[in-house]
Design a protein around this ligand. Structure first.
Ligand SMILES: Cc1cc2nc3c(=O)[nH]c(=O)nc-3n(C[C@H](O)[C@H](O)[C@H](O)COP(=O)(O)OP(=O)(O)OC[C@H]3O[C@@H](n4cnc5c(N)ncnc54)[C@H](O)[C@@H]3O)c2cc1C
Length: 471
């Protein structure tokens, strides 16, 4: 469960001072807005809201652009950030985020946080350079907010304080585990990004980095700039960064920006179109549970379990603070000298969304992962299991460019009244952290310009395939 956010005094009210009551038109009817919010959301209060905007807003008169972002995982929060960043400066903007549990409650919060632009066999992914760049930008934004730390007014008031490390910049090492994988790794390693280079290492060089590493084929690929992210801390910091940006933009442009987080389940899209200019659906593997979208997206679900292990305090052999994490048939993401996450299982067609893991499921995961991980890092045998977490990936179909996220406008699928547009950001698969910056940016730009053509065809071509299947 994510930490609960405290409500701040003065932030509980609905924004009754927002629109111009004298204007006509759907978006400008203040009373209609409040009524709709009540009927739609049972008048619940946002968990967190940009209060300064509410206080400053009385003299402003333009109708706000109103966006609903469904889901507060990697996809949803990236969309929020980019809507704020790329939205028209001359319009006020209100973004309501809905999440049934809170920030990072789905796959994002349980993910291993491994970040690099390559496939498990070190092949540069399609769009890898752009994805890497956009992701680094969001990380920098979140890191800056985190460093501002307790001086941030929202951070002081909420319980989602981001103490502890958010990014481990220790690189990732991928030893070859078979003759075949060695050949593939060797070939793939010839093409790499300048911003995330690949180095080919022999056993000695690899063991200089990780003394206990097993390098059976005298070959490993090293990604010195790859990272490991603490996903919850990152998302909480990104959320606070969005609030900060909203405040800054409200001061620098003359138009206000407001963000609200509502801890509410969305069981149907019905009613949203009357309230919002656009609804951006970022519900991860649960997108299929919306009646309007059920069976309409070519997604398969796949549950993954990650186990946490610790080196007991009385045991020598701490993991080096400069030693990289390890990618193999299972991965090991080290988050300290005595703490590691080991992942991940792949249970196709599962419908188990729970982040909690039963004893039985945890022991199955250990049986599967431990032999693979300890084959490359035998010292793991001294480490003990302390817990496990799980989540459901939304896996997109394989295309000639790889498994790419599914983006696009859904108005042809969802009947909508008025000018509201529905958008989807889904199928982030097993690489959501890498993809979320770029797909959030592109989607925000498409939403703001009401133009799906802003999105590269590679991300929208699934729609043609899906319509062929249904016709
Ligand atoms: C075990 C595991 C390990 C992984 N490791 C990595 C990794 O190391 N690197 C990497 O890049 N990727 C990894 N991934 C993949 C990555 O986690 C996903 O691609 C990514 O989290 C998807 O993000 P999302 O925002 O689309 O969905 P989610 O993170 O699932 O977010 C969806 C949000 O919507 C909310 N929600 C759902 N339904 C409703 C509803 N009806 N009403 C309101 N709110 C709702 C949920 O509470 C959730 O917060 C891993 C995934 C798993 C399962």
């Amino acid at each position: 469960m994510p930490p609960a956010l405290h409500l701040r005094p003065g932030l509980h009210r609905l924004p009754t001072d927002f629109p111009d009551p004298n204007s006509t038109g759907r978006r400008c009817l203040q009373r209609a807005w409040v009524t709709q919010r009540r009927s739609y959301a049972n008048a619940s209060s946002p968990l967190l809201s940009s209060s300064s905007l509410l206080q400053r807003s009385s003299h402003r008169s333009k109708c706000p652009l109103r966006y609903a972002v469904l889901g507060a995982g990697f996809a949803g929060l990236s969309v929020v950030w980019h809507l704020l960043k790329h939205g028209p400066k001359e319009s006020p903007m209100r973004i309501d985020i809905y999440d049934e549990v809170g920030i990072g409650a789905g796959a994002s919060g349980v993910s291993g946080g491994l970040l690099h632009p390559y496939s498990p066999k070190a092949k540069l992914l399609w769009g890898g350079a752009e994805c890497w760049k956009e992701c680094l930008e969001l990380l920098a934004v979140a890191e800056k907010t985190m460093q501002a730390g307790t001086s941030n007014r929202i951070m002081q008031d909420s319980s989602c304080t981001s103490d502890g490390t958010m990014i481990w910049r220790r690189g990732i090492l991928r030893p070859a585990t078979s003759e075949k994988s060695m050949k593939i790794l060797k070939e793939n390693a010839q093409n790499c990004l300048e911003g995330c280079s690949l180095e080919v290492l022999d056993r000695n060089a690899a063991q200089c980095l990780i003394p206990d590493l097993c390098v059976p084929f005298n070959f490993a690929v090293y990604m010195p700039l790859a990272m490991n992210i603490h996903p919850k801390r990152y998302l909480e910091a990104l959320f606070l960064a969005c609030h900060h940006l909203a405040d800054v933009e409200s001061i620098s442009s003359s138009e206000e920006r407001e963000i609200n987080l509502f801890k509410e389940p969305i069981s149907s899209l019905h009613g949203l179109s009357e309230e919002y200019d656009a609804v951006i659906i970022c519900l991860g593997a649960k997108v299929d549970m919306l009646p309007e979208l059920s069976g309409k997206l070519p997604l398969r679900t796949c549950r993954g379990v990650v186990a946490e292990l610790q080196l007991p305090a009385n045991m020598g052999g701490e993991y080096g603070d400069k030693s990289p994490s390890i990618l193999s048939d299972a991965w090991l993401a080290f988050q300290g000298p005595r703490r590691v996450f080991m992942g991940s299982t792949w249970e196709w067609r599962s419908k188990n969304y729970a982040s909690s893991v039963s004893e039985e499921e945890a022991s199955r995961a250990m049986e599967e992962l431990f032999p693979k991980a300890s084959a490359v890092y035998p010292a793991l045998k001294k480490w003990t299991f302390v817990g496990a977490r799980g989540g459901l990936r939304a896996m997109p179909p394989l295309t000639p460019h790889g498994s790419l996220p599914l983006l696009g406008c859904m108005d042809d699928v969802i009947e909508t009244r008025g000018r509201c547009m529905y958008w989807v950001v889904g199928g982030l698969g097993s690489r959501g952290l890498l993809y979320h910056g770029l797909v959030g940016k592109l989607t925000a730009q498409a939403v703001i310009s009401s133009d799906e053509k802003v999105l590269p065809l590679e991300f929208t071509s699934w729609k043609k395939m899906a319509s062929k299947v249904t016709t």
